[in-house]
Design a protein around this ligand. Structure first.
Ligand SMILES: O=C(O)CCC(=O)C(=O)O
Ligand SMILES: [Fe+2]
Length: 209
């Protein structure tokens, strides 16, 4: 019997501005990888609620996070440093599909677990120096659908795009999206179920790290 090759449908492309593209694949992972993945990730990954420093004040992040990837790959954000200890087996087939669908390589992933609609992430860009000058970021969504919003970093700073990210969708952001826009996942009072988001990144470690 021939094994079917999983090819997600043609992606949808949203252009925020010239060179600032979002590419969205629906039903990104094949059934065999997607089935039960949400529950496996909840139990297999070390989710924690971190304390971050924003404008000199300490806050508990309004979501749980985890940092995974090649052993020793580390990431600094909001005053925290996280170091990965090797890919958990549950993420290996996910990484493989995310890389083959997007055509980009990733050595790490920041996981976010939004327990319900009161968890969120505020406006930010993923432009830390260790992501290099051209950061492509791929973001896989599992669980409840949530809105993902964008605003320009300069000028009006008003929301200019909103994309609902359903279960098993994969969103690729081009480097210019980080340079020229901020993104956020706002609170949603009526959402009472959870969502996991995995944002795959390529960290460029300093030579003498
Ligand atoms: O949950 C999401 O879809 C986005 C998460 C995000 O922007 C991040 O981790 O940097
Ligand atoms: Fe982000």
């Amino acid at each position: 019997m021939m094994t079917a090759i999983h090819r997600p449908c043609q992606p949808e492309i949203v252009t925020l501005a010239a060179q600032s593209h979002l590419t969205l694949w629906r039903q990104a992972l094949p059934r065999a990888v997607h089935e039960g993945l949400y529950e496996s990730l909840i139990s297999a990954l070390a989710w924690r609620q971190s304390v971050v420093r924003v404008y000199g004040r300490e806050h508990l992040t309004p979501r749980l996070t985890t940092w995974e990837g090649d052993e020793g790959v580390s990431y600094r954000y909001s005053g925290l440093t996280e170091t990965a200890s090797g890919w958990p087996p549950v993420l290996l087939p996910v990484l493989e599909h995310v890389q083959s669908i997007t055509g980009h390589s990733f050595n790490s992933v920041l996981g976010n677990f939004y327990r319900d609609g009161s968890d969120s992430i505020g406006y930010h860009s993923d432009d830390e120096t260790e992501l290099g000058p051209q950061p492509w970021i791929a973001s896989l969504s599992l669980g409840e659908v949530r809105d993902f919003v964008f605003r320009p970093r300069r000028g009006s700073r008003k929301q200019c795009a909103k994309i609902a990210l359903p279960d098993n969708s994969l969103l690729l952001m081009s480097p210019q999206v980080q340079r020229d826009f901020e993104h956020a996942l706002p609170r949603r009072a009526r959402v009472d179920k959870g969502r996991i988001n995995l944002t795959f990144r390529q960290i460029i470690q300093p030579q003498n790290a």
